[in-house]
Design a protein around this ligand. Structure first.
Ligand SMILES: Nc1ncnc2c1ncn2[C@@H]1O[C@H](COP(=O)(O)OP(=O)(O)OP(=O)(O)O)[C@@H](O)[C@H]1O
Ligand SMILES: [Mg+2]
Length: 240
């Protein structure tokens, strides 16, 4: 049975979608079957990172409303992908979403749900089927506080297994006390650490080229280490 992860943050633009794309690639490279589901209604972005925008015809909202079949909604690739609807409909409840995604998750090892920013309706929809969560935060007080709020909401929804990814980490700025250190991030969010992803401007190229940074890019190496940890492998933390 697939492990279903919600990827959340509270604050927007911290790297949730980038994380989902990077860790999905890492898990696929480890031979795992991964389904990535865009949950950002109206503002989907994973299709750009997977380079499959031209293949998107249907989305999970169409499946909920019976406008397409299961086979029409999954875009096959190294990581399989399902797009988010372009606008809200009343039928998009956590229960309806949970039902279709649980049904689609058969045959996968991991499902990553890419939540929208915030802790509103879109965030709640992703909690319709997730049993675990990854909270992504950048190492600053604004994001850390919003991530802590998201953790509280996850706990209220019964999701106890949440792990923290610190994104856009920059060791030089931490040493100069311009960004929070790793312990501050863990204490501020109250979430156990899963991994650290360094700041890497080549990540921005992926949304233009549809190709992830090469395996030597520091961010790709970080995602690969996180992917290994998710599979249960013990991998040392790297602070770059
Ligand atoms: N480690 C990183 N280093 C440098 N740039 C990064 C890093 N991670 C993400 N980015 C860039 O930050 C921007 C926002 O990333 P992304 O879209 O993944 O955030 P998000 O949390 O999904 O945003 P939203 O809340 O709007 O869904 C993108 O331009 C992305 O390329
Ligand atoms: Mg996003």
């Amino acid at each position: 049975m697939a492990e279903i992860y919600a990827t959340v943050s509270g604050k927007g633009g911290v790297g949730k979608s980038t994380f989902v794309a990077g860790v999905s690639k890492g898990l696929a490279d480890l031979g795992k079957r991964v389904l990535a589901v865009d949950c950002d209604i109206g503002l989907r972005s994973l299709d750009l990172l997977f380079g499959c925008s031209d293949k998107v015809v249907f989305d999970w909202g169409d499946l909920i409303c019976g406008r397409c079949e299961k086979d029409n909604v999954i875009i096959r690739g190294e990581t399989d992908y399902i797009a988010a609807p372009r606008s809200y409909e009343d039928e998009y409840t956590p229960e309806a979403f949970g039902k279709v995604i649980k049904d689609l998750s058969a045959g996968y090892d991991y499902v990553f749900l890419d939540s929208p920013a915030g802790i509103g309706a879109g965030f709640r929809i992703t909690l319709g089927c997730a049993r675990k969560a990854v909270a992504v935060s950048t190492p600053d007080n604004i994001c850390i506080r919003s991530c802590s709020r998201a953790r509280e909401e996850l706990e209220k929804a019964g999701i106890e297994d949440t792990r923290l990814v610190i994104n856009m980490f920059d060791k030089k700025s931490v040493v100069r006390n311009r960004l929070l250190n790793v312990d501050d991030c863990i204490d501020g969010t109250g979430i156990q650490l899963l991994g650290i992803v360094p700041i890497d401007r080549t990540l921005a190229y992926a949304s233009v080229t549809g190709v992830a940074p090469d395996e030597f890019a520091p961010s790709e190496q970080a995602f690969f280490r996180i992917a290994k940890r998710i599979t249960g492998e013990r991998v040392p933390l790297v602070f770059e």
